[in-house]
Design a protein around this ligand. Structure first.
Ligand SMILES: N[C@@H](CCC[C@H](N)C(=O)O)C(=O)O
Length: 277
């Protein structure tokens, strides 16, 4: 199988051009290619497919083979792939995902897409739609017993579910312990991605993420959007923030008038290859 390994601020996936390649068993393939010792090494697998509704379709799988509805860092890499590899000449494209069609603007330098702005759509706050089982909705700074602690959680879906938790110390957090406790928590029937956030000032926050299906990753685009919305809802920041993640920064802006979230960030090719499955 021919593939391209790409990363968006360190959130790395194996990309397959399904206009030319066929992937018969995507879940099993995701598990194999993601393995950092016996595979290519990645946070998951992303298939770039033709679409009747949009310019392209993105299908994403986590490292454990589960399917995700949306991937913010992944969709920027899809945009870079289709432009840089000549699948389109357009600098404004649409990509269909399991959470609807997303619209992207590409900034091009020397014939390559270097930065991509994505209209990530509307944040969903209704607990039932996230989905989260909780006596009240929306869930904004509400207590949740996780493991032996009580955390204040703000729940947001950006096409996929996120639990945003504000903490005092992001760097020394034992994420390997607390991340899985959130991921498997009974309040989240479809599991959850969890962001641990510290507010630095009204325009800047830092976060670490534990992704459902992939564990700790260096960045999560949908997670950064959920964090920006949660920060604004809690009154901690303005509606436009820089989110600092382990792998780099994303600029997120929540346009409250249209209720749309915009994400801007880079995308890079790491290498092209071929793997025997
Ligand atoms: N890293 C991604 C999100 C990937 C999917 C997520 N783990 C899920 O299953 O919901 C991003 O950049 O948004």
């Amino acid at each position: 199988m021919k593939f391209t390994k790409m990363q968006g601020i360190g959130n790395d996936y194996v990309y397959v051009n399904c206009l030319e390649e066929r992937v018969e068993h995507p879940s099993e393939t995701a598990i194999k290619v993601s393995d950092r010792h016996f595979g290519i090494g990645s946070d998951g697998l992303i298939l770039i497919k033709p679409s009747e509704k949009a310019d392209f379709e993105m299908e994403m799988y986590n490292a454990d083979g589960s399917q995700g509805a949306m991937c913010g860092n992944g969709i920027r890499c899809v945009a870079k792939y289709v432009y840089d590899y000549g699948l389109t000449k357009k600098t404004q494209i649409s990509v269909d995902t399991k959470s609807g069609i997303k619209y992207l603007d590409l900034t091009v330098k020397d014939g390559k897409a270097v930065e991509i702005r994505v209209n990530m759509g509307r944040p969903i706050l209704e607990a039932e739609k996230i989905p989260m089982k909780y006596p009240q909705s929306p869930v904004i700074a509400k207590p949740l017993n996780v493991g032996e602690n009580i955390y204040e959680v703000t729940a947001v879906s950006m096409g996929n579910p996120h639990a945003v938790v504000f903490v005092e110390d992001v760097q020394n957090l034992d994420i390997e312990k607390v991340g899985p406790d959130f991921e498997k928590h009974q309040a989240f029937p479809e599991s959850v991605n969890t962001e641990f956030v510290r507010v630095l000032d009204r325009k800047t926050v830092e976060m670490r993420v534990w992704e459902r299906g992939s564990g700790e990753t260096l960045a999560c685009g949908t997670g950064a959007c959920a964090v920006a919305v949660a920060c604004a809802l809690n009154g901690y920041t303005e509606d436009a923030v820089t989110v600092k993640l382990l792998g780099g920064d994303l600029k997120i802006a929540w346009d409250r008038e249209d209720n749309l979230v915009y994400m801007t960030g880079p995308a890079q090719v790491v290498f092209d290859g071929e793997i025997r499955l």
